[in-house]
Design a protein around this ligand. Structure first.
Ligand code: 5GP
Ligand code: MG
Length: 480
């Protein structure tokens, strides 16, 4: 439903001793499930012997007790969860990818999107490479293998391959004896590492996965950094650090990441609360209750309520047991799905003027349905606060927007959207306010390309730079 994000979650562990790493990886992937529900995989390495299993489906479905029991113990393991857009959800695209080459075996998990993958792939194919998947991961694997032929070590091969990779990537790689983590020089996607009480090192897309396996967050992997975990301990290679301006994805804070994660030093929850506060400061309304569209609107709704003094209440019950079971292809069914998932608590909204907070509007379909439910439950007014600016531009760094027509803000004016969604008022967080929150401590840089069309890197050649929007971007960025 509404899926436009081709997100992934990566995990890796280098253990202080040989032990059951499949179950540890399983718990970590469980915590990263929100980053991808289409396929998942685990590879465990016992003295250079790789045992892996990957499949389409949720972590809990693929890794049954029996499957987990079939893994032996190991010293290193990697895991992956993947969300693919339509057509790319195949077994071949599932990860980690295990590759055998003359210099040894490696397993690779990847999150992001390369802006030059087509060029790299064509070059590789003309040199004789044969691809089995459409995933960027395979391109990266080939580049590392190629670089390995002239490099003294696998980590050198990774850094040399990075010279060629452009765009967003976080890589977790396992060789027979090492665990390697790498993050692109812009630091688009999150990646951090931590340590467990018994001295095992873990790497993950988000710190919530470290919490899930009882590891303490040490720090984020720096943009451009390659970190090696092996019998010698932890080493950092910083050849690519400071070669680009940091541009961590702001949408991680809007929607992708879990609120209990710390990304690049920021609490995702606190950032969202702050977004809600800014909305309340700039767009106060007379209302009786603040509610969220769960779960993505929860944190910002709390912020709006705190700042405005209007009480926060549970406006919707979200059915926890609706997972991926109800996936219907057409629009009518998609609408029904909203009703299966969310039900208004009528005593909270009946006869009330409601502030409804959600993190983003993509197509507007869900929002329209949700508002209809509120009206049916007796809400007298619905004021919709969106805790991010209008989603106007395609993302080339892991959020795949195949068709601009999918983005309601790209196709319609603010007033048109308000009418289509059926609310009394509609306000988006101003980009300037979002920047104020993001740059609060002036420490990091962020990518806002989906909101302002300013891309920190070159964009894919075939796609062009920007596309026309009906909304005037100035209207949002310079409103105040
Ligand atoms: P819309 O009204 O645009 O149909 O849906 C808005 C909702 O979509 C918001 O609640 C937002 O959290 C959610 N959303 C944003 N991006 C994604 C995504 O990639 N996948 C899913 N399932 N929901 C998303
Ligand atoms: Mg949502």
């Amino acid at each position: 439903m509404n899926k436009i994000h081709e997100e992934c979650g990566v995990f890796g562990v280098y253990s202080s001793e040989v032990k059951n790493l499949a179950s540890m990886t399983y718990y970590a992937l469980y915590a990263l499930q929100h980053r991808g529900q289409d396929s998942c995989g685990i590879v465990v390495n016992d003295g250079g012997v790789f045992t892996g299993k990957k499949d389409l489906g949720l972590v809990g479905d693929v890794f049954t007790k029996e499957v987990l029991a079939s893994f032996g113990p190991g010293k290193i393991a990697v895991g992956h969860v993947r969300a693919g857009v339509k057509g790319s959800v195949t077994h071949a695209n599932a990860q980690p990818l295990v590759v055998n080459h003359v210099k040894g075996t490696m397993a690779l998990g990847f999150n992001g999107s390369l802006v030059n993958k087509n060029e790299l792939r064509t070059e590789l194919e003309l040199q004789g490479s044969i691809f089995h998947s459409t995933a960027d991961t395979e391109v990266i694997a080939y580049e590392i293998i190629k670089a390995r032929l002239n490099a003294p070590s696998i980590e050198r091969a990774v850094t040399n391959a990075m010279d060629k990779l452009k765009g967003a990537y976080c890589i977790v790689l396992m060789s027979p004896t090492k665990l390697i983590a790498a993050r692109d020089p812009n630091g688009f996607r999150p990646l951090c590492y931590g340590v467990t009480e018994d001295g095992s090192y873990v790497v993950a897309s988000e710190s919530c996965a470290l919490d899930a396996v009882g590891a303490k967050l040490v720090r984020d992997v720096k943009p451009g950094e390659v970190i090696v975990f092996d019998s010698m301990g932890v080493r950092s290679i910083e050849d690519h650090c400071n070669t680009a301006k940091m541009s961590s994805c702001i949408f991680e804070f809007v929607y992708n990441a879990r609120p209990d994660s710390i990304v690049d030093g920021y609490s995702v929850h606190e950032a969202r609360v702050e977004m809600g506060r800014y909305l309340a400061k700039k767009y106060p309304v007379e209302a009786d209750v603040v509610i969220s569209v769960p779960d993505s609107g929860n944190d910002a709704a709390i912020g709006y309520a705190k700042e405005s003094g209007i009480p926060y209440e549970l406006g919707f019950l979200k059915n926890k047991y609706v997972g991926r079971t109800f996936i219907f292809p057409d629009q009518k069914d998609r609408e029904d799905q909203v009703r299966k998932k969310l039900n208004p608590i009528s005593s909270v909204v009946n006869g009330k003027r409601v502030v409804m907070v959600d993190d983003s509007i993509v197509r507007g379909t869900t929002s329209g349905r949700v508002v209809k439910l509120l009206r049916e439950a007796g809400a007298t007014e619905v004021h919709f606060m969106v805790s991010s600016p209008p989603f106007l531009f395609p993302c080339y760094y892991g959020t795949d927007v195949p068709n601009k027509d999918m983005l309601i803000a790209n196709q319609h004016t603010l007033e048109e959207i308000r009418q289509m969604v059926g609310v009394d008022s509609l306000n988006y967080l101003d980009l300037e306010d979002m920047k104020k929150i993001a740059l609060m401590d002036g420490k990091n840089g962020f990518c806002y390309a989906c909101f302002n069309g300013e891309y920190p890197t070159e964009t894919p050649k075939s796609t062009g730079n920007k596309y026309e929007t009906k909304i005037n971007i100035e209207e949002y960025t310079k409103r105040h």
